[in-house]
Design a binder for this molecule. Structure first.
Ligand code: CA
Length: 229
């Protein structure tokens, strides 16, 4: 697989799109294109690009609507391409989750500089706040996924919540009641705390080389569980 970053260009004006695509490719990016709003929204979600350049005035569905749809499912950096930026538009775009603006007409150097800056920012954001590594485990809070030595481990939503909670509070021992309220969101007294034991056992079967000798989620006898790597 190529490690080139993939940029989706959603722009209905062919001449502008062609110039942007040509220059992004020259700058070393892979480029996808969409020439109308519906195709743009579809590709922004399904093709999982690393960044989206999004025109506002588009046939089919405008840039604002696409922005909203994409933000429901993805944190991909989005740079809006606008004919002119009114203050109102800026506020609206930021509220809807745009990362940046480029005003038309724009210079190609400015465009590639902004693309690079936004990609860099998003990479830092992901590595600093969203992805955590614990020994062989990588926990990614962006897409609620966990991998062990780079191989994805399938966990249910609650299993993921339990592992990531313990991992983020590594070393601290939690009672079953604590974990019950943390993961299920209610007082353990009203739930059956054995559900925690059952879930821990399931997680260990998925995670551990030897579930009877756990390396990740450990038992503190008589007290509860803790994460230790
Ligand atoms: Ca347009």
């Amino acid at each position: 697989m190529s490690d080139k970053k993939r940029i989706l260009v959603v722009e209905d004006e062919k001449t502008i799109s062609d110039i942007v695509v040509f220059n992004l490719k020259k700058a070393g990016f892979d480029v996808l294109t969409a020439y109308d709003g519906i195709d743009g929204a579809k590709k922004a979600i399904e093709e999982k690009p690393d960044l989206v350049l999004l025109d506002v005035m588009l046939p089919g569905m405008d840039g604002w609507e696409i922005l909203q749809k994409v933000r429901e499912v993805s944190n991909v950096p989005i740079i809006m391409l606008t004919a002119r930026v009114e203050e109102d538009d800026k506020v609206r775009g930021l509220e809807l989750g745009a990362d940046d603006y480029i005003t038309k007409p724009f210079g190609i150097q400015e465009l590639t500089a902004r693309v690079r800056a936004n990609l860099r920012r998003s990479a830092e954001y992901v590595s600093q706040t969203k992805t955590s590594v614990f020994g062989d485990l990588t926990i990614d809070l962006n897409n609620y996924s966990l991998s062990k030595n780079g191989v994805a481990v399938e966990l249910s939503g609650k299993e993921f919540a339990l592992v990531s909670f313990l991992a983020q509070n590594s070393g601290k021992v939690y009672s079953r009641e604590d974990l019950m309220s943390e993961v299920w969101g209610y007082d353990g007294y009203f739930g059956d705390v054995r559900a925690v034991d059952v879930m821990i056992r399931r997680i260990r079967e998925k995670l551990e080389d030897d579930p009877s000798e756990p390396q990740y989620i450990k038992t503190k006898r008589g007290i509860g569980y803790y994460f230790g790597v």
